[in-house]
Structures are given as C-alpha cells and as structure tokens.
Design a protein around this ligand. Structure first.
Ligand code: NAD
Ligand code: UD1
Length: 357
C-alpha cells in the first residue's frame, strides 16, 4: 500500500488515480485545507476502485504513528503542503511549519515504522534565477525569493541530510516545472482558492467569466517576445512520473533528484494565443509591469529523468489546454466547495482523534 499525503489535492488526486490504475492499494492522508473529498470520490469512480481516506494533518505525529501501525504501507508520496507564494510572504511560519516541519514529522514516523521510501514534491523554484537553460539537476540551487520557495529548498536539504545519515533511505526529490491541465475525463482538475496566482488557472477563470481580464506581467523580459517563458507540463504526465520514481526507488538508495518537465518553454503570449485557439475566441488581456520575484525564463533538461526513470512527458500544449478547459467548463466552480469554510484549521478532526488515540 502507498500512503499519499495531500492526495486530495490537484497533483495528488491525479497521482492517486495513476496508482490505482497501476494496481496499487492507496491510503490518502489530507486535512482538506486546500482540497475537496469530492476529488477522491471522482478518482474512485474513474478507477473503479476504492481509496482509503483519513482526514488529518501530516504534522500530527501520533496520527502518523497510528497510520503506519494500522496499514501495510511500503512507501510514501508526500504532496501535502501549502503552495501560494503571496500567502507565504504574509504567513511565513505557517509555510515553514507545514512544508518543513510536516516533512520532518512524516520522516520521523516513517523511520520509526521502518519505512524508508519517499517521493517528495519539490519545485523548479529551488533553482532560483538560473543563468543556464535548460536546467539540469546539477545546476546549483538558487536563493528562492519567498518563504514558499525557501520551504521547498529547506525540505530538500533536510531530506538530503537524512539520507546521508542512514543508508536505508531511498528518497526522490521531484522538481516540478509548471504543472497544468487536467484528467481527460474533465472530472478532476485544479481548483484554486480565491484569486489564482498561476497563469493557467487565471486564464481559465477569465474564459469562464469569473474574472474580467488576464494581466500579463511584463513584456520587457529578455525573451523572444518579451514575456516570461516557462516549461508547462501536463499533470497526468507529471503523475505518471511519480510511479516511475517509485519503481526506481526499489533499486537505488540515498537521494535522487529528477526534473519533471517537458524540456520546452512557452511564453505568456504563446500561452494566450494557444488558449484562444482552444476556446475559439479572444481572451481579454492587458499588459502590466513585471511581477516581483518572477524570473524571465525557466525550462528543464529532461535527460536524467528519461535515462534513469524511463519517463518523459507525452502530452503537448494543446492537449494540456484542451483538458484544462474541459475541466473548467464542466466545473465552473471547481468542486463547488467553499474550502476556506471547510478547512481544518485545527489538526484534531474526529477521524484523527479516533485513529491517534
Ligand atoms: P494542492 O494544494 O492542490 O494539494 C496539496 C494538498 O495537501 C491539499 O489537498 C491540501 O489540503 C493538503 N494539505 C496541505 N497541508 C496539509 C497538512 N498540514 N496536512 C495534510 N494535508 C495537507 O497543491 P498541488 O498543486 O497538488 O501541489 C502538491 C505539492 O506539489 C505541494 O507540495 C506543492 O508545493 C508541490 N508543487 C506544486 C506545484 C504546482 O504548480 N502546483 C509546483 C511545484 C511543486
Ligand atoms: C509560480 C511561483 C513559483 C511556483 C510556481 C508553481 C511566483 C513568483 N512563483 O511560478 O514559486 O513554484 O508558480 O506553483 O509566484 N503570469 C502572468 N499573469 C498572471 C499569472 C502569471 O502574466 O496572472 C506569468 C508570470 O509572470 C510567468 C508565467 O505567467 O511568466 C507563469 O506564471 P505562474 O503560473 O505563476 O508560474 P511561475 O511564475 O513559474
């Protein structure tokens, strides 16, 4: 059985579906602070199989101990975390506590239970403003400009030190580039809280009529058309990368780092044009000043993941945008749950308390 922390979230729910389809038993631990249980109901429907679900917090050591004692867990995919850059600037401690302390609590409980296989959700943000493109895994990490990015880099360093201290650990640090898209069924996808920070969720909400226009941040970057360039990757390709990493961890020890991207960059202008093609009409957008903390460009070298994992992204930009649009147009309000209202601010939900006692 695989424990998936944060498995009700955007990337986690797609990974749970891939795990079920590959025949794994799955246990999800999620406090639903940024997700809905509906996502997992739909995953079960798509897979025709059930998922074990525990609503609870990854920082709760006694709950983790109880989970490892109650279920035959062999490995962990660790998605649980907070990811809003602006919020991390306003509430740094909450970000460090969840993303760093949460990872530490998880590893402590794993070690106590004798489980040493871990796949961690890292981010290309750890490279900072890399002077080299494409970015290989041995490019030096940079200095992330916000607490979210710092927390990912810190968690990576914690995991690296841990693996060096004890050879039983096999840890994958997966550095995601820019995940977008949705499952082709249109049943699961990204459902951000409040005003989206990221480009595609914002474009989708403009297209669906929830926002007036897209602001394009910066047209004066040293890129071919002046707008920022990123390596967008389909979330289903990304999810499949996790299964490959999991397989690989049975063969290697220590820490392994893999970029999960497509190796190809698209500018904001190119994204807008391609999206207009998908929706069949213009997308209202205006040009604004650069967003503080943004870099000009970022795309991955995918050689290491291809050679070592036998994985590469298959889905192109039009598929990513078409799938995202299908999800958004069929679910204009996402999962239709006010997550802020249902968020478990307190760690001790009924399930947690029952399991941990
Ligand atoms: P998401 O917010 O949709 O999913 C995260 C999940 O973790 C949510 O279901 C949330 O409820 C849960 N969670 C948060 N704090 C928790 C806690 N203390 N205990 C238990 N559950 C908790 O985000 P996502 O886009 O699916 O991202 C998953 C992971 O990938 C995160 O760690 C994120 O930082 C990382 N990542 C995401 C991106 C991206 O662009 N989406 C890029 C790079 C890395
Ligand atoms: C952002 C985060 C990064 C995080 C990543 C994935 C910042 C500074 N960085 O990166 O830490 O790992 O998301 O969650 O927030 N853009 C617009 N208008 C918008 C939104 C974005 O023009 O409304 C542009 C940006 O300037 C950028 C591109 O679109 O050039 C992609 O932006 P975004 O989706 O936010 O991703 P990143 O900036 O790569």
């Amino acid at each position: 059985m695989i424990l998936v922390t944060g498995g009700a979230g955007y990337i986690g729910s797609h990974a749970v579906l891939e795990l079920l389809q590959a025949g794994h038993e799955v246990l999800v631990l999620d406090n639903l602070c940024n997700s809905s249980k509906v996502a997992l109901d739909r995953v079960e429907h798509l897979a025709g199989r059930t998922v074990q679900f525990v609503k609870g917090d990854v920082r709760n050591r006694s709950l983790l101990n109880a989970l490892f004692a109650s279920y035959p867990i062999e490995a962990v995919l660790h998605f649980a975390g907070l990811k809003a850059v602006g919020e991390s600037v306003r509430e740094p401690l909450r970000y460090y506590e969840t993303n760093v302390s949460g990872s530490i609590a998880l590893c402590q409980a794993m070690a106590e239970a004798g489980i040493f296989k871990l796949v961690f959700s890292s981010s290309a943000t750890v490279y900072g403003d890399s002077p080299r493109m494409p970015i290989t895994e041995n490019c030096p990490t940079g200095i992330p400009t916000n607490p979210y990015g710092q927390s990912k880099l810190m968690a990576e360093n914690v995991l690296r030190g841990l693996a060096e201290s004890d050879p039983r650990w096999s840890i994958a640090l997966l550095r995601y580039f820019n995940p977008i898209g949705a499952h082709e069924s249109g049943l699961i996808g990204e459902d951000p809280n409040g005003i989206p920070n990221n480009l595609l969720p914002y474009m989708l909400q403009v297209a669906i009529g929830r926002r007036k226009h897209l602001s394009v941040y910066g047209a004066d970057y040293p890129t071919p058309d002046g707008t920022g360039v990123r390596d967008y990757i389909h979330v289903v390709d990304l999810a499949k990368g996790h299964l490959k990493a999991l397989e690989r961890l049975s063969l290697v020890h220590g820490v392994s780092t893999w970029n999960l991207g497509t190796g190809r960059g698209y500018s904001v202008r190119q994204m807008v044009t391609a999206f207009e093609e998908v929706i069949g009409r213009p997308l209202p957008h205006i040009y604004k000043a650069r967003r503080p903390g943004d870099i000009a460009q970022c795309w991955s070298d995918t050689t290491k993941a291809r050679d070592e994992l036998g994985w590469e992204a298959k889905k192109g930009l039009l598929t990513m945008l078409t799938d995202a649009w299908r999800w958004q147009s069929r679910n204009p309000q996402g999962y239709g749950v006010d997550k802020a209202a249902t968020a478990t601010k307190k760690a001790d939900t009924a399930t947690e308390t029952a399991l941990a006692s």
